[in-house]
Every structure is written in C-alpha cells, then in structure tokens.
Design a protein around this ligand. Structure first.
Ligand SMILES: [Zn+2]
Length: 233
C-alpha cells in the first residue's frame, strides 16, 4: 500500500498555533512567510477564499499568488503550484493521485459536509482529470472531535443520512465531522486504507487554534498546504 512518505516531492501539512494566525485578514503575510518555509513560493501558491459552500475550482500556474473567492476546494495537476486554505475546527482534506499526478485540498466543516462537499470535490476532480478516487491518497487534518462539537437539533437533522454522524446526549447533539468525512470519502470511492487521519482535536490540543474553544475577536486560523514539487529540494 502506497503512503504519502513514498513521495518525497509531495509536500503537505498543517500549521499550528505557534506558527501564528494564517487568516486572509490579519495573517496573510505570515501565511506566505510560513508557506515559503515549507517550499511553497508566494507567486506559485493559490489560496481558497472560503465560504462554507461546495464550489470546487481547478487551478493552474496562472492563478499563482491569488485568492480564489467563494471556493472551498482547489485542485491542480501542475507541479510547483501550491494549494492553501485555513481552518480552526473544520477539517482540511488533502488528496493526491500518484498515477496521474493530481493534487487537491478541500475545506470540510459542518455546512460543507451537510452539502456533501467531499462527493462534489471528487466529482469535480474526476470531471477535470481521468482520475479514479480509489487511486488517491487522502490526508485528513486535525479538527474538533464529537465530544466538543455541540450542534442544534436542526443542524443534526441535516446529517440523518450518515449513520453515527450525530449522537444525542442529554439535551443536545454532538456532531462527528470525521465520521461524516470518512463515510463521504468511502462513497466517493476512496479506499479506507488510503485515508490518513490526524486524530488531534483542535478544541483539546492547545497547540492548535480552535474557534469553539477561544471565540477570538480576530480570526485565528491554521493553514493547510499541499504542493507537488518538480524537484526534491
Ligand atoms: Zn475534543
């Protein structure tokens, strides 16, 4: 079974609180500096201007250095084009098709997952490239765990089609983003053994920013990134 570490030219990861906030407003310079340290050049990196929707965009080198507005998923087949987006409890999901050399990243929180964003992400990917989801390696970022994610009855109802997505406890519901993500990835055709989950809970782990824990006045966000380098640096 292939692993991410089998591809040293593929660079991907997630920042931590110690790296500072990576928000578009109030942290973008820091984000570019941080990403450059990981080999993503500012002029070649494409950023998603998130909207908690399901818009997926295929990007090329000509999009480098820009923020694509109102999109929660980016895909590229071009080497050295970095993809970046932020979260602070939501999941960031990276994918790589080693056969066709395509990479992608998608932001998956409550609203996106309720709208089946992971299915739409792979539909967009497969429409654009002759990829097969079962070939893809998939990495799932830290995110808030079900114990710390209370949602309303109405919000819970949006997840009725995914078994074990929500559990009723006392007077409220707890939403398990990872469980929904895993189920949508399986439906999209991703193989279980090719999913790599980072089990850290953003709420519990103070090395990570958590919106629900901190309710910051200005956004404090992790950035996720992925790039396929044409040469190993
Ligand atoms: Zn937790």
């Amino acid at each position: 079974m292939l692993r991410w570490s089998d591809f040293p030219n593929l660079v991907h990861g997630y920042s931590e609180a110690i790296d500072g906030t990576m928000a578009i407003n109030g942290g973008f310079e820091n984000r570019q500096h941080y990403l450059a340290q990981h080999g993503l050049r500012p002029a070649e990196t494409v950023h998603a201007g998130l909207c908690h929707g399901t818009n997926i965009v295929v990007v090329t080198a000509s999009d480098g250095g820009t923020i694509i507005p109102d999109t929660d998923g980016l895909i590229t087949a071009e080497p050295n084009v970095g993809l970046a987006m932020t979260a602070a409890d939501c999941l960031l999901i990276s994918a790589y098709d080693p056969k066709r050399q395509v990479i992608g990243m998608v932001h998956a929180g409550r609203r996106g997952l309720a709208a089946e964003i992971l299915l739409k992400f792979f539909q967009g990917w497969i429409e654009a490239f002759p990829s097969i989801a079962s070939d893809c390696l998939v990495s799932i970022s830290p995110g808030i765990c079900a114990d710390h994610y209370t949602v309303s009855k109405n919000d819970a109802a949006a997840f009725a089609q995914w078994p074990d997505a929500c559990q009723k406890r006392d007077y409220d519901f707890r939403l398990d983003l990872r469980s929904v993500a895993r189920q949508q990835l399986l439906t999209a055709g991703v193989q279980e053994g090719k999913m790599m989950f980072d089990s850290r809970c953003t709420f519990e782990d103070h090395a990570l920013y958590s919106y629900r824990r901190d309710h910051p006045i200005t956004p404090q966000l992790q950035v996720g990134y992925i790039v396929r380098k044409s040469e190993i640096s």
